[in-house]
Write a protein that binds this ligand. Sequence first.
Ligand SMILES: *[C@@H]1O[C@H](CO)[C@@H](O)[C@H](O)[C@H]1NC(C)=O
Ligand SMILES: *[C@@H]1O[C@H](CO)[C@@H](O)[C@H](O)[C@H]1NC(C)=O
Ligand SMILES: *[C@@H]1O[C@H](CO)[C@@H](O)[C@H](O)[C@H]1NC(C)=O
Length: 322
Amino acid sequence: MIQVGFILSIVATVIATFPTTLVYQSPTGLFLENIAVRPCSKLLLTSALSPALHMLDPSSANTTFDEVYSFPNASALFGIIEYQPDVYAVVTANAQSILQTHRVNPGSIAIWRVDFRLKTPIVTPIAGIPQSTLINGLSSVPGHPDLVLAADSGLGAVYEITMSTGAVRIAIQDAAMAPGAPAPALGINGLHIHGSALYFTNSQQGTFARIPIAVQSKGVSKAGAVLVLSTVEPPGLPHRYDDFTFDADGRAWVTAHPGALTLLYPLTNGTWAQENAAGDPEGSYAVFMEPTSATFGRGVNKKILYVTTEGGQVVSVDASGK
Ligand SMILES: *[C@@H]1O[C@H](CO)[C@@H](O)[C@H](O)[C@H]1NC(C)=O
Ligand SMILES: *[C@@H]1O[C@H](CO)[C@@H](O)[C@H](O)[C@H]1NC(C)=O
Ligand SMILES: *[C@@H]1O[C@H](CO)[C@@H](O)[C@H](O)[C@H]1NC(C)=O
């Protein structure tokens, strides 16, 4: 009886709600960490196991994974975000034991600007964050094109980086962003501003949460208490939320380890619901092998989500159906 119930639940959950297509599979299974979509629709991809930023054209019949730039003194790239048109912030670090420790080598984190507005990208170091043990996701700050927010998964905090000056300060630190036990776990992972709030995932705590923020001349600050909107399903490791993106309707598409994409959306009474959008929340790699980040395409692809995975996949999800 138990076995039959188990099989039925697996069958029920592997049926993808939204159609998926494998856009690219790294032949070496290179761990893909984060993604940005350029105005020209090409994808920029980071890897936690490579110092190189790669570019991929998802609409090409024979998609190639092209190195754009290899960062010096780094073994890993983490978050990437477009903070001005075709200008990106990228997190780099030396992190040879990242898979075992979830931490980078002490003092090795840097934030770089990658400017694609000219034919040859201009790459500039902006700031170090030597006190951090892991900077994970990045967010732009709408209306403030000089600011970038960075999630510190070890400290449980959000840094604000002024990209023109390299000034770095802790903007928000909160227990809801902290990793908790057992160390060294990942606390706050993805973060994105939507409306007048900062939304974030906490991998160890299994939560998707929101904190109201204010952006004034002194920068970003908290303007209220954290509200947890959703908890990963099924609960407990290895199930954990990773990075996410918002759609035009204010719904969040959240990558969920080991193998799913979860759609989170507000109900009319203000609480949030979740449903499986693609893949298998129970854990098989039917569609995604440890999904890490998601973002929407541009132009004709604006309802296509691109999802990266630790297994070296770029998977597109056709989100136009609902
Ligand atoms: C794609 O690449 C394969 C292998 O190199 C080749 O056989 C095929 O013709 C290519 N297809 C297109 C559309 O270029
Ligand atoms: C490389 O990074 C280390 C910290 O990981 C730092 O001590 C060293 O100065 C850096 N070297 C260069 C050339 O930037
Ligand atoms: C909000 O609405 C949902 C769906 O109708 C319901 O399940 C939930 O209990 C409601 N929550 C509150 C706090 O009213």
